[in-house]
Design a protein. Structure first.
Lengths: 639, 454, 245
């Protein structure tokens, strides 16, 4: 057999690289093909005539050309696509983001002069009058109109008494109309948008008054909503019990005014943050802030009213939107959450940061919209039953104090790096888009396991037998997957499901004696919101999701990031994800040397991606590959 | 991405090249094209349905099972909901037993409850997963994902490969987990995946001011030849041959009758029963897809229509709408059956389309028997499936889940032993009903002969 | 190992068909009874095999151009406009129904929809081909209108950067080939001369057919050369080599 090896070696020596080119020879067809493929992959388009002309010049240095493209704007977009294809970091309207402390809906009424007028208000806003507490600020008796909690309107509007009008509502120049809304006398009113996602563009109905003609210069808003304080005093109405059920209540309201909660009564002298949903529900001092910047506008009384014009399709990036249409206030947040991930990925790849930062970078990118969200919106979903654990305001995954103060909601095209969001932040894992897209602890762990370790939970032929065992890590049939999944899920125990509220250990200890089971019964409702009775004991409750690993629960998402990037599969998975995307096929056993070389390129260069991509596009599998059949060779085709 | 990598070395000239050139490629065109008079509608009830409200009803607190009740469900729109006592404060539902049938159904079954003789139900399906992606592809392919990727052809692709190779549209897939994986597949049957069928008519519009259809057809014909020549020069031919076949099909795609089936207004006019007023709250897209299926099949343009329904994934308070989501889906399927009853078969004179149309409904898995803290139900590794086919024995429920925990229990003796029924069995039985050897596509799964009509 | 075995097969077949001449050493030992040792002979030493083309390249199937790249390529080919600006131009103002909106085509082009977990299309399908035609026709006909109907200097043209003879004179084969090469290089990114045999002739036939069909076109319709070059453009923009790489 020696001759075979000898001939093999000879044959291999005879072969020349498809891309090695005589300095004076014209490119071959395969060389053109490679150049076009490189342009598609590294420039995001086919080559232009002048680029082809340069390529045809004697002495053209393809490697230098590649290096230039790796510094170009299309390169980060190409790698971003690899990870967005894997993570699909967008959410549609199925992820409902309608937070009542956030949404300013508007009622159409008659002002004291009998003219139609809009009045903006928040559902659930605390007010000192029983006629309007946690309801619209003007009672049905005052307006002639009844507004139900789901936005239905009945009755016939009548002009509102001028004194009531002036007492209960104020005129504001809001952030969505004025670029300089933070100034004492805002004057820079915006114009209609240009169809770009980069320009703040309220829907047309927010730009005109209730007469549908007059351009809106100020909006009329309930007085409580117009307050600007960061904190408010605890509000006590004096109602200690719910009013008896009735058809109508004081002022003609159709909903019962709320009674003071036990918490409010016990903390009567406390103040609360006006950026948390709980704060808004406990204080009548909490409004929407300067220029209403802590609230989103809505053009109706609907549950999720229209707010801004936004593109539906941005496959080329938000700065090259393909279309635009009126979308809801929830769409606004969902759109910019997704854009945060896009810009985070672009920045990471453009600056060739350590790719492990996908998971463990404490920094992110913010623009005006996301800055506004983190400053004033994110806390609106906190804290529910957390008051039982003295949690009245969120421990933010992105500390609002670290958000650039000078970014206003109008700065949509300005993306700025924040190097440290806070101690809990960890790459994509703590971004709202990730936490919304993957709502449960297990879903979050699963996608990380899949996208960053290239592994999948699969139980083939197992028999699930009836069992009362709540521990899925040991339960027959379930254990095959959950023995791995539950400990991974535990890293997300401190981030609420379908949300981004962090549960700090000082208020929510993993093992909490206050939430122990009592005589075999579950603890109270507040406890069961956060603690799982199935894993509690007579001495302590178990934080939900933490049973897989209490240590992981305390490490949080950052702990998962550490575990994943330290895993030997991580670098191999990066190489696999990128090379499969570039080669357009799955890697096989035959690709192992390629994959190993890419892993080496990644590891020896500080986990930066450019060396990996450079190695990939110089690899035979990419560069020398062709699809020519032998028949084509016989016909004279040459690679 | 299919694994088709080959490395090789070739030397030109003489018998050497001939020897290499004759290496078998990895696709088979040896089989004669199959013609068929059968049609298929494959539906994925996405998100994981709660079978305790419909196909495998439970109305007792037993073991860990907490039945659907007035506490957790918005019962008002559920037409078959009849209160049955549960406790002092709430009611559950009465099991619906269609007249003359042994089937036990839940109130969410909707109008399908009126046609028990056509229903073949699989209960206690061993899904062995609570991952949406895994359950979705397991139900459609009979294989769990491997490395996060599907590794087998989906049922619509299998059927299109057997019966749809000559169809203009072998499979139209609207969000269905359609996969095109395997070396046995004809390039023509690659699923046509679309987001929605009724918004595609613009794609098929053509202006005739500057140039004409004849000009465009000349370009298409020339490109078809180019594709053929390129394929002949290629080592991997599938992509280019597929391109050429799709080019060849383009003139037919652009014909007026095809444009009609991709047009929302035309579908609504042709099949008003799928567009009730007031409109469906959740499943209006299912109605569009079913209208498309009927119209496309009447014209003999499509072999398989597969689609995913609106999501049944109700972990929280949205569980209140779970029975309505199901009722709307089952109502739509019932409307489909009736529309197929009313439609003549396009090639078999005197026969109805329903005599030759076969419907399979599956889901990712089912939902937990317990109600969670947020008053919803989470994922659970049991499942059900539903077949409506003249080749299947109707009025039948096969397999079961246990009484206390809703877990699959043995459905009988299979080739690999006593075990619950599983998705590969459903798929194997379904394709076997049409004379297809399941082993051509499915690694696992037994044919349950007792469910097939003689 | 697979490579080695493939070589073994290939060379075995090759040696059977063309036996090597015995070496002098073999001749000297011809009288001995032991088998003659087979001495490796380079294939290039075999008469007629002095110049041997060999393919060492790994084989890769063509992949579908990502939809984002396709749209960017359309933008680059037809003037480097923004998507919305190109959309306005493609829709036109004459009511000739050439284009709708990009949003109407994204699904068919295979753009993934992450919000609803629809992955990018990995391969072409019949509807995608219909979309390629719809968009290709719009792009090419608008380019013809902009470049060939107006008095635009050659160097200022978007696509058809060549002169045409007067409509009354047909292009010679050489004249067609030179102009076709410009378009071929622009759209498929390599010279037409390197294309598989027959391509130039095939496009020339396509061109002439359109010219003949439009010989007596009305004022609104394209005249012969306009229709001919529109068809050639469409043939390249819809070509498998354009969409697969």
């Amino acid at each position: 057999m020696r001759w075979i090896h000898a001939m093999s070696a000879a044959a291999l020596l005879l072969g020349a690289s498809a891309v090695a080119r005589d300095a004076h020879a014209s490119p071959t067809r395969e060389q053109y093909r490679l150049f076009r493929a490189l342009s598609i992959d590294l420039q995001g388009r086919i080559p232009l005539p002048d680029e082809i002309a340069a390529f045809e010049q004697p002495g053209f240095d393809l490697d230098a050309w590649i290096d230039q493209r790796l510094q170009g704007p299309a390169y980060p977009e190409r790698l971003r696509r690899v990870y967005l294809d894997a993570l699909r970091l967008e959410v549609g309207s199925m992820f409902n983001f309608v937070s009542n402390p956030l949404v300013l809906r508007r009622a159409r009424l008659l002002d004291p002069d009998g003219n139609p007028a809009y009045v903006y208000f928040r559902r659930g806003q605390r007010r000192d009058r029983v006629e309007s507490d946690a309801d619209f600020c003007l009672s049905p008796d005052e307006t002639g109109v009844t507004i139900t909690s789901n936005g239905q309107v009945s009755g016939t509007a009548r002009p509102i008494d001028r004194t009531v009008w002036e007492q209960r509502t104020v005129a504001v120049r809001p952030w969505w109309l004025y670029r300089d809304y933070r100034s004492a006398s805002p004057s820079q009113r915006i114009n209609a948008g240009d169809g770009s996602a980069m320009v703040l563009s309220p829907v047309a109905t927010l730009m005109v008054d209730a007469d549908n003609t007059t351009p809106t210069t100020t909006v009329r808003v309930c007085r409580e909503e117009a307050q600007t304080g960061a904190r408010g005093a605890m509000f006590l109405s004096g109602r200690t019990a719910a009013l008896p059920r009735a058809e109508t209540y004081p002022g003609g309201r159709v909903t019962a005014p709320p009674a003071d909660s036990a918490y409010a009564r016990a903390h009567a002298t406390d103040t609360v943050s006006c950026t948390s949903g709980t704060g808004v529900s406990l204080s009548d001092d909490c409004g929407c802030g300067v220029g209403l910047e802590r609230c989103m506008p809505g053009n109706s009384l609907g549950n999720d009213p229209a707010a801004f014009n936004l593109p539906d399709n941005v496959p080329l990036g938000a700065d090259q939107a393909l279309d635009t249409r009126a979308q809801t206030q929830g769409d606004w947040s969902r759109f910019w959450w997704a854009q945060e991930a896009v810009h985070f990925l672009d920045d990471l790849f453009a600056r060739d940061r350590d790719v492990r930062g996908l998971l463990n970078d404490r920094g992110t990118m913010v623009n005006g919209a996301t800055a506004q969200f983190y400053r004033g919106f994110a806390g609106s979903t906190c804290c529910g039953n957390g008051t039982q654990f003295e949690q009245l305001e969120p421990t933010a995954l992105f500390d609002p104090a670290r958000v650039p103060a000078d970014l206003t909601p109008h700065d949509l095209a300005t993306w700025r790096r924040v190097d440290d969001r806070g101690p809990q932040a960890s790459g994509l894992l703590t971004m709202p888009i990730f936490l919304a897209k993957y709502g449960t602890r297990r879903a979050r762990a699963h996608i990380v396991y899949n996208a960053f370790l290239c592994r999948q939970f699969v139980a083939e032929n197992i028999a699930l037998t009836p069992s009362t065992e709540p521990n899925l890590m040991v339960r027959s049939g379930c254990a095959a997957c959950h023995a791995t999944l539950e400990p991974l899920s535990a890293y997300f125990s401190r981030v609420t499901e379908s949300g981004w509220t962090f549960l700090p250990a000082e208020r929510f200890p993993t093992l909490n004696p206050a939430c122990a089971t009592r005589n075999g019964n579950s603890p109270n409702g507040g406890c069961t919101s956060f603690y799982d009775p199935a894993f509690g004991s007579a001495t302590q409750g178990m934080l939900r999701g933490a049973y897989g690993s209490t240590a992981h629960a305390d490490e949080g998402p950052a702990g998962l990031a550490r575990a994943v990037v330290d895993a030997p599969e991580f670098a191999a998975c990066v190489a696999q994800n990128v090379s499969e995307s570039f080669l357009g096929r799955s890697l096989t056993e035959e690709d192992r040397p390629l994959q190993e070389s890419l892993v080496t390129a990644l590891r020896t260069n500080g986990y930066r991606m450019r060396p990996l991509v450079r190695a990939l596009v110089r690899a035979d599998a990419y560069r020398n590959a062709n699809n020519l059949a032998s028949g084509a060779w016989r016909e004279g085709a040459t690679p | 991405m299919e694994n088709r990598r080959r490395t090789f070395l070739k030397v030109l000239g003489g018998a050497a090249a001939a020897g290499v050139a004759s290496q078998p490629l990895f696709r088979a065109f040896a089989d004669p094209p199959a013609a068929s008079d059968e049609f298929f509608v494959l539906i994925h009830a996405s998100g994981g349905w709660d079978v305790t409200l419909s196909l495998d009803p439970r109305n007792e607190r037993r073991g860990i099972i907490e039945p659907g009740s007035t506490d957790t469900i918005d019962t008002a729109p559920i037409r078959r909901w009849r209160n049955a006592p549960l406790d002092a404060d709430s009611s559950t539902f009465e099991i619906y037993r269609p007249a003359g049938s042994s089937l036990r159904l839940g109130p969410a079954i909707g109008n399908l409850g009126d046609m028990p003789e056509r229903l073949t139900i699989f209960n206690g399906l061993a899904m062995n997963t609570v991952s949406h992606a895994d359950g979705t592809f397991f139900a459609a392919t009979g294989r769990h994902l491997a490395g996060g990727k599907p590794i087998a052809a989906s049922i619509d692709t299998m059927l299109a490969n057997e019966f749809g190779r000559e169809s203009l549209l072998p499979t139209v897939s609207v969000g269905y987990p359609s996969t095109y994986v395997g070396n046995e597949l004809d390039a023509r049957v690659s699923p046509l995946r679309v987001n929605s069928v009724d918004t595609l008519s613009k794609m098929l519009n053509r202006g005739n001011v500057n140039t004409t259809a004849v000009d465009r057809q000349a370009v298409t014909a020339m490109l078809t030849e180019e594709a053929r020549d390129l394929a002949a020069r290629s080592w991997y031919r599938d992509e280019i041959e597929g391109f050429g076949l799709q080019l060849a099909a383009l003139p037919r795609m652009l014909s007026p009758d095809v444009q009609q089936i991709f047009n929302a207004a035309a579908l609504a006019a042709a099949q008003p029963s799928f567009f009730p007023s007031p409109g469906l709250r959740f499943q209006n897209r299912a109605g569009v897809n079913c209208a498309f299926a009927v119209e496309a099949m009447k014209r003999n343009l499509v072999r398989c229509v597969s689609f995913a329904s609106a999501s049944h994934d109700t972990h929280a308070a949205n569980y209140r709408s779970q029975p309505l989501i199901q009722q709307e889906l089952f109502d739509t399927v019932a409307a489909l059956v009736r529309a197929l009853d009313a439609a003549p078969h396009p090639t078999l004179t005197g026969q109805r389309l329903s005599d030759h149309t076969h419907i399979l409904l599956v889901s990712d898995f089912c939902r937990t028997p317990q109600i969670n803290l947020t008053l919803g139900r989470d994922h659970y590794p049991n499942g059900s499936a539903l077949v409506i086919s003249p080749r299947f024995v109707g009025n039948t429920a096969f397999g079961r889940a246990d009484d206390d925990q809703l877990l699959p229990v043995s459905a009988g003796m299979f080739a690999d032993g006593d075990r619950p029924v599983a998705p590969p069995d459903v798929l194997a039985t379904f394709v076997a009903a049409f004379g297809v050897n399941p082993r051509r596509y499915l690694r696992d799964g037994d044919v349950i002969r007792s469910l097939l009509r003689a | 190992m697979k490579t080695t075995l493939a070589l073994a097969l290939i060379f075995t077949l090759g040696c059977n068909s063309t036996p090597a001449a015995p070496t002098p050493a073999a001749r000297a030992d011809a009288g001995l009874s032991r088998p003659t040792e087979v001495v490796p002979t380079p294939v290039t030493a075999i008469p007629g095999h002095e110049v041997l083309a060999q393919d060492h390249a790994p084989k890769e199937p063509p992949r579908l151009m990502p939809a984002e790249t396709l749209i960017r390529s359309y933008l680059a080919l037809f003037g480097g406009l923004s998507p919305q600006a190109l959309q306005v131009r493609l829709r036109g103002t004459t009511g000739d129904n050439l284009f709708d909106t990009w949003g109407d085509y994204l699904s068919a082009l295979g753009v993934p929809d992450y919000a609803v977990d629809i992955p990018r299309a990995p391969q072409t399908n019949a509807l995608m081909l219909a979309a390629f035609e719809r968009i290709g026709v719009a792009l090419c006909e608008r380019a013809v209108q902009a470049d060939l109907r107006g008095a635009v200097a050659v160097n200022d043209r978007v696509l058809f950067r060549f002169e045409l003879p007067t409509p009354t004179r047909a292009l010679t084969d050489e004249e067609f080939a030179a102009r076709f090469d410009l378009l071929h290089r622009r759209i498929l990114a390599y010279p037409a001369a390197l294309a598989p045999d027959g391509r130039i002739a095939r496009f020339r036939t396509l061109y002439r057919g359109a010219v003949e069909r439009h010989a007596d076109a009305g004022a609104r319709a394209f005249n012969g050369p306009e229709a001919g070059w529109a068809s050639v453009c469409e043939g390249l923009v819809r070509h498998p080599e354009f969409h697969l790489y």
